[in-house]
Design a protein around this ligand. Sequence first.
Ligand code: GDP
Ligand code: MG
Length: 348
Amino acid sequence: MARWNPFGSSDQKKNENTESPPPENQDANDSNDASSPPPTEKKKGLFGGIKRAMSKTMEVLNTDIRDLVKEDGRLVDDQFLDELFAHLVKTDMGNGPAAKIRDDIKSKYRARKMTLTQLIDSAKETISAIMQQENADINLASSGTTVIMVVGVNGAGKTTSIAKLVNLFKQQGKTVVLGAGDTFRAAAVEQLTIWADRMDAEIVTGRQGSDPASVAYKAVDAAIKAEADICIVDTAGRLQTQNNLMDELGRIRRVMQKVSPDAPHEVLLVLDATAGQNAISQAKGFGEAAGCTGIVLAKLDGSAKGGVAIPIRQEFGLPVKFVGLGETPDDFAPFDVGTYVDALFDAP
Ligand code: GDP
Ligand code: MG
């Protein structure tokens, strides 16, 4: 099994498997200490990064829409509405939201000419209404240590998202203890240990194959004893259809509650934005079974299908709390509906 090393090493193939390190890009190499990036990097990693990461989706959608509505506008007839719908669904926003954009435009502009600006404004309005969510902040414990459990299928981006969360909490001056609850593969523990060392977080590990609930218990216990602000527990990837493994998540929760009755305060479901419809069935399967309280939408970068956040918001009561925008700890942003909708529709 490939050894995993977030610093990157010249004798190692990149992206061999899901444990592979980030590419040797400027973000990974320019700043040796990820916990203290230069101020511009920090800013880019917040809201601004969403636009950069979604540029492919934005370019495709904008080219299509601009072709549809020329300079002097376009008559809103059935043919236009059908063409518009076809372009919108290409972003993976789903038939429902695409139909809603189409129908709103139909009722406002039917048999009249509409401009590109009017089209974009109307689409933004429709999508903002669909995606509205109350609270995207992490649910914090009312006092003491906040326990966050991270769940999802293999390779979704759980461990990387944990590193990103640690980075964020460290920037806020918070202390973090990690629980390496993916005891299924030795490489997973190693991966999290390297991040922990790099970002100066304490980590509790168990041997490969050991009981993940026991690691979770020890991690929460250690965090409380150390009066840490945050404890984040990683879990092994599993499919929402594997009932025994889904039940195991319940057991991990119950064991943590022996040390901290309100734990976990947050259960983050990590979804891979490039997984399309599959991400939606994962949200269905995990949502209730694992008691999820929020979504991290990883890998929003590099895909022309960035619209997938829309059906995820529309179909589930869960708020999208963060988005993953790349492989380094800074490639992470709190989710904001307004920024997302602008990133989707504004001209490049
Ligand atoms: P896990 O199995 O769910 O823990 O997934 P990992 O955290 O190990 O990530 C799997 C792969 O996805 C790794 O190669 C990560 O570098 C990559 N990855 C994770 N998050 C992102 C992201 O937001 N963007 C990109 N481009 N890659 C990501
Ligand atoms: Mg992992």
